[in-house]
Design a binder for this molecule. Structure first.
Ligand SMILES: [Zn+2]
Ligand SMILES: [Zn+2]
Length: 287
């Protein structure tokens, strides 16, 4: 990212509640974690939540890039252990310059709940981001082909959305993660998602999940990674964001960075949008 601090006047503080993936601990990201944190510092972020992906519980849930590289389950777990250690060290090292929260992003599939509990017990992260990247155990956000397969498994696009929001609901009840990651990620490969959200079965589930988020007082990630992938709005989509705003749910920008070059990318657009919508920009911290 290239904007200098001096180019932005009057905008609230730059923060990111979801991101900081690095090539050091995630094969589909780039750069070392310290370089990523340096980039946040250089771009004037006030605080940042580092939320690497949790390790897989089963070989079939391994990152496709890890599979190609021949990484074992045990190695993936050890890499995560190393991540928690290094991230805590950097948190200490940088504490006078930038506030770092040490977290991780969870997965939601068969067996993930037990693994998340184990990780919470072993590592006591500052917080977790509750994400859903799988429906009926199919990773749907990696490629359009996978998305098509997920539609087949659910029976229709509408059913896929319903299954996604049901899965998300159960995960939120079970874990009460401080942050809800990219709430409507399920729209990712669907050009007709705006109409889809108007479907009664789907919109009822969205409403139900938002009420749960409100009751549990969770923070929603306003995730701009979609903009880097060609979408014209972040997750949360505008029509859902209107409900979120009315309900008074806390929303905080997340750049979902996967290397130095995506640190802060589109974050000012997200902040400006939240300002325009009248959200509280005294950003809630994740812990
Ligand atoms: Zn990732
Ligand atoms: Zn994610």
């Amino acid at each position: 990212m290239t904007q200098a601090k001096s180019n932005r006047t009057g905008l609230p503080a730059r923060v990111s509640i979801h991101g900081g993936h690095s090539g050091e601990f995630c094969r589909h990201a780039k750069d070392r974690l310290q370089e990523v944190i340096d980039a946040y510092l250089q771009n004037g972020f006030e605080w940042v939540g580092i939320t690497e992906h949790m390790p897989p519980v089963d070989p079939r849930f391994m990152d496709p890039d890890d599979v190609n590289a021949g990484i074992t389950l045990k190695q993936a777990y050890q890499r995560f252990e190393q991540y928690m250690t290094v991230c805590r060290e950097l948190q200490q090292k940088y504490k006078a310059k930038i506030q770092i929260f040490v977290g991780f992003e969870i997965e939601t599939y068969t067996g993930s709940l037990e693994m998340v509990h184990q990780l919470l017990n072993q590592f006591s992260p500052d917080y977790i981001v509750g994400s859903v990247h799988h429906v009926k155990d199919i990773l749907f956000d990696f490629s359009a082909e996978d998305y098509a397969q997920a539609i087949q498994r659910s029976g229709s696009v509408e059913n896929l959305y319903c299954d996604y929001f049901d899965t998300q609901y159960d995960m939120l009840v079970a874990l009460e993660p401080a942050v809800v990651g990219h709430f409507d990620l399920i729209r990712i490969f669907d050009p007709h998602y705006r109409d889809r959200f108007e479907n009664d079965a789907i919109s009822n589930r969205i409403q139900r999940n938002l009420e749960l988020i409100k009751n549990l007082d969770l923070i929603m990630d306003f995730n701009v990674r979609s903009l880097s992938k060609g979408a014209d709005e972040p997750y949360i989509s505008h029509n859902i964001l209107a409900k979120v705003q009315q309900m008074g749910i806390a929303v905080v920008p997340g750049d979902d960075s996967h290397g130095v070059d995506t640190v802060g990318r589109h974050i000012d657009e997200a902040i400006q949008l939240l300002v325009d919508w009248g959200f509280n920009t005294d950003w809630r911290k994740p812990s």
